[in-house]
Design a protein around this ligand. Structure first.
Ligand code: ADP
Ligand code: MG
Length: 480
């Protein structure tokens, strides 16, 4: 990639180290940072792992990923409001996966009780890789869409400026539109503020539900500061599920009060992993939020609609068409799909089992989990499938065709990793905002992006799980 950008002199180690030093300081100065807990319990602030230069992304791929965001927003919203589709999709998963069961229980209770709040707020991130299996044509293929705690947009927006600086310092001439501005935090903040406005009570607060210890705190705080900079009347509170269990209550008309403040919008940056719910008390807190009149991001049905099982079901013939009538929108969505298979006990699931066992390197095995580090690859897939041939546990997984992105070159600047020009691959995330009820759309927009880059040969791609480095796209007209 560095060659591709025409940065020839980086063979000069001294110059390279100057650029590195400047970039690291810039990252710290601008808050492109994360925290980690040390053995003695103190928190250490470091810069986020990042690439020294932006990575080349074909403009057409970037545009296609942007162009289908409104379609995906609508699709997820409609899926979330189709009870039969959700129930059918999850019926076998529910018998095999306790965490999905916990979410489903909340969904069922709130649905039976009647939703206090008809509106949901979606702050989604749609993730893609640029597949090069067809050597003549690079294609964006969806890895997954995230409907809960879709992060890194704020940090990614800051990184654009770091990358323009490293290009400037190395004497690379470019047009600003080639390293495009990134309005992810602005769009996300607009979504939160629009929901706050729709709630209709000026004194009510926006509640960020967070973990006690959070590595991605700067990303969250930057979003909070963006909200406050757009509207100084609003207050943002941060609370854990434990705080909510102890300090939150519902009034008779289901207003959510936390330490005396009424909550207009609940924004979940925690609650997507089983360890967010160590006891029934945290589950109780999640239920309390969901039963309330506050607008939830995501509502429980949005959360469910983002699980891997739904994404597999949506690839089946007729599924997308059930929700989206516009044939062009269906085409845009479907063009990003690779094949996915159910592994449910029975003849249909057996087909997926056979594919996975025969060619494990062509697939990824995914459970109903978020946040990185849960998927299986290669021989681990074969082993898992052979061990679970007759076990109900296989119903909790889906099998997805593997996407093969082209390798390029960049420098990864990551604490604890050697600094060298490396072979890497990238993954592009596009952010979207949606607000609507079962019958009405209030907001549907696309805002900003995020690129992350990992060493070639690394299977997983999580930022916070330490597998990937934050990056920015350098848009080029030619294919890779
Ligand atoms: P999570 O919810 O844990 O983020 P993902 O579906 O995003 O789960 O998978 C985690 C990572 O695994 C992705 O960021 C990507 O790097 C890799 N991955 C997932 N699906 C595929 C796929 N079909 N082909 C290649 N890599 C994949
Ligand atoms: Mg992911």
């Amino acid at each position: 990639m560095a060659d591709c950008l025409g940065i020839g002199f980086l063979a000069d180690k001294k110059r390279l180290n100057e650029v590195l030093d400047q970039a690291r300081t810039f990252a710290l100065a601008k808050g492109i940072c994360m925290q980690s807990k040390q053995q003695d319990g103190t928190m250490l602030t470091q810069h986020f792992p990042f690439t020294l230069f932006p990575s080349v992304v074909p403009r057409t791929c970037f545009q296609e990923a942007v162009d289908c965001m409104l379609d995906f927003n609508t699709l997820i919203h409609k899926v979330a409001h189709d009870h039969d589709f959700l129930e059918n999709s999850f019926k076998n998963v529910l018998e095999a996966d306790e965490f999905t069961q916990g979410l489903w229980k909340i969904y069922t209770q709130v649905r039976e009780e009647g939703y206090a709040q008809p509106l949901s707020l979606g702050l989604f991130r749609n993730d893609f890789m640029m597949d090069v299996q067809d050597p003549d044509h690079v294609q964006i293929k969806q890895v997954e869409i995230n409907t809960i705690a879709a992060g890194a947009g704020s940090i990614a927006s800051l990184l654009v400026h770091l990358h323009r600086l490293t290009l400037d310092t190395t004497g690379k001439r470019y047009d600003k539109s080639e390293v495009p501005d990134n309005d992810a935090p602005l769009g996300t903040a607009w979504g939160l503020l629009k929901a706050w406005d729709l709630y209709g009570r000026k004194q009510a607060v926006i509640l960020f539900v967070v973990r006690e210890t959070e590595s991605n705190i700067f990303d969250q705080r930057h979003l909070e500061f963006t909200v406050l900079s757009l509207n100084s009347e609003v207050r943002v509170l941060r609370r854990t599920y434990w705080d909510i269990y102890n300090g939150a209550s519902l009034t008779e008309d289901k207003r959510l009060l936390i330490d005396g403040d009424e909550v207009a919008v609940v924004y979940l940056r925690a609650g997507y992993a089983p360890h967010d719910f160590p006891t029934l008390k945290e589950w109780d807190a999640r239920l309390k939020l969901e039963r309330s009149l506050a607008i939830k991001c995501p509502s429980i049905q949005y959360h469910l609609a983002g699980l891997k099982k739904i994404q597999q079901e949506l690839t089946l013939p007729g599924s997308v068409e059930q929700f989206i009538q516009d044939p062009a929108a269906v085409r845009r969505i479907r063009a990003t799909f690779v094949k996915q298979y159910s592994l449910d006990l029975g003849p249909e699931g057996d087909k997926g089992m056979e594919f996975g066992k025969a060619d494990p390197d062509l697939y990824v095995l995914k459970p109903q989990r978020e946040g990185g580090g849960h998927n299986l690859y290669g021989n681990d897939i074969r082993e898992f499938l052979e061990t679970h041939q007759n076990s109900k546990e296989r119903d909790a997984y889906i099998l997805m065709e593997r996407i093969f992105p082209k390798a390029h070159k960049n420098y990864l600047v990551s604490p604890g990793r050697p600094f060298a020009l490396s072979d890497v691959t990238s993954e592009l995330g596009i952010f979207g905002v949606y607000i609507g009820s079962a019958t009405e759309e209030k907001m549907n927009m696309q805002c900003g992006h995020m690129l992350r880059t990992k060493l070639l040969g690394t299977d997983e791609g999580g930022l916070c799980s330490g597998h990937a480095c934050l990056d920015s796209p350098f848009l080029v007209n030619d294919e890779l």
